[in-house]
Ligand binder design. Structure first.
Ligand SMILES: Nc1ncnc2c1ncn2[C@@H]1O[C@H](COP(=O)(O)OP(=O)(O)OP(=O)(O)O)[C@@H](O)[C@H]1O
Ligand SMILES: [Mg+2]
Length: 399
């Protein structure tokens, strides 16, 4: 349910016309507080242009602790960056311009989706306790091996049409394409977390997510290339920590490089899926990656090697590959033209064609390697001496 606060009758009617005739209109924040006490199921509040900004922020700040699932949509005559920063800091979920009535309606829908997800999670949450979400990172040091394909389809498979709450995070901060692959039109990206930094809390992170399909949300990468430098690795640690409080599974897509952001994700991952294709450069990179992760003390039992396009007729025998790498291959994803076709359509193949061999392979990987994991079974890897680890990587890359 949603409610509008707007003292001006004409503006109130305009807002009501956007949201539907059944939505109640209240004249003041005091009225709203009484209304909220009487209606614990309310999950979206639209504060109209006449509501004083300071009172809106005070209310929002109080509600993120008292009622974290309640989303506040602030409607203003004009929007600028300082207003957006202050609003996000106060825990306002969405700020929309008064003339953008469709935007108000969309914002209320997003806020209600987040509220529904939060309620569902706290009601049954698939059995996990809060804070026990499992983190899976998909990585390969070589570009184009299929990381985004695996991450997006694995996330869709784990969400299973709404059975579980899953968040897909795009850590490819400069060239991330999760938004394109899932055909999302995000209102926010990971870059919006930067001004919030230590004020970041669960409702603030939830406000940055874009819902995709039942059970599946995404935290997409910044739109501007070059944003990676503005995002400190500690922020990634905070974001993953918050997301795992809310989501049963957090699946992380990565850039093809050992960045500080990737290391921050590895530190919190119960499972790291390492991808390669059946060609010598990709396999050489995979071998180097395995050696590097050994050097950084990531336990081998958290690593899974995945071969993508594994049936390509390139003359390399799988058994030879396993022998050379000295690790078992956990998953073979077959090569199929249906994969790029699904990407062009903006629908993960797993949702579009659940019985396709690529979909079946990825679902099986989820069932065998991800669903049995619990966070309780593996403590986060202590990230002491992070600077030394970077030094280690630098020395290694020069060697
Ligand atoms: N199993 C497959 N069969 C056929 N094509 C595939 C398969 N997996 C991935 N592709 C194609 O390979 C290309 C690269 O895939 P993807 O974007 O998932 O790789 P990536 O590792 O995320 O790349 P980047 O390093 O650029 O982020 C895409 O065009 C995708 O459609
Ligand atoms: Mg990618």
């Amino acid at each position: 349910m949603s409610v509008i606060v707007e003292a001006d009758p004409t503006r109130a009617e305009t807002l009501r016309s956007a949201l539907g005739p059944g939505v109640p209109v209240l004249g003041s924040i005091d009225d709203l507080r009484r209304h909220l006490d009487a209606h614990p199921g309310e999950d979206a509040v639209v504060l109209g242009p006449s509501v004083d900004q300071e009172s809106a922020f005070v209310l929002s700040d109080a509600m993120r602790i008292a009622r974290p699932s309640l989303g506040i949509v602030l409607v203003r005559r004009r929007i600028d960056t300082p207003l957006l920063v202050d609003a996000l800091r106060a825990g306002v979920r969405e700020v929309v311009e008064e003339r953008n009535l469709a935007g108000v309606n969309d914002a209320v829908k997003r806020v209600r989706d987040v509220a529904a997800a939060m309620r569902q999670r706290s009601n049954h949450g698939d059995g996990e306790e809060s804070g026990r979400g499992v983190v899976v990172t998909v990585f390969s040091a070589k570009g184009g091996c299929g990381k985004t394909t695996l991450a997006s389809n694995l996330a869709a498979s784990l969400a299973d049409g709404g059975r579980r709450e899953v968040c897909l995070v795009d850590l490819d901060l400069n060239f991330g394409d999760v938004a394109i692959v899932l055909q999302l039109f995000p209102a926010h990206t990971l870059a919006d977390a930067v001004p919030l930094m230590e004020n970041l809390d669960l409702p603030a992170v939830a406000a940055l997510l874009t819902p995709h399909s039942p059970g599946l949300s995404a935290l997409v990468a910044p739109v501007e290339p070059g944003s990676a430098e503005t995002v400190p690795a500690s922020l990634i640690t905070t974001i993953i920590g918050l997301l795992r409080e809310q989501f049963a599974y957090v699946v992380i897509d990565t850039p093809p490089a050992f960045t500080d952001h990737v290391l921050a994700a590895f530190d919190q991952s119960e499972l790291i899926a390492l991808l390669a294709t059946l060609d010598i450069p990709a396999l050489k990179n995979l071998k180097l990656t395995l050696e590097t992760l050994d050097l950084l003390n990531y336990p081998r039992e958290r690593l899974r090697v995945v071969l993508n396009r594994a049936d390509s007729k390139v003359g390399l025998a799988l058994s030879e590959v396993e022998k050379t790498l000295k690790v078992p291959i956990a998953l073979h994803i077959p090569s199929s033209r249906a994969v790029p076709a699904s990407i062009n359509r903006g629908v993960p193949i797993l949702l579009d064609d659940p019985n396709h061999p690529v979909s079946l392979a990825i679902r099986q990987f989820g069932e065998e390697h991800v669903l049995p994991l619990t966070r309780a079974g593996s403590e986060p890897i202590p990230s002491n001496l992070r600077a030394d680890r970077r030094g280690l990587l630098r020395r290694r890359s020069k060697a």
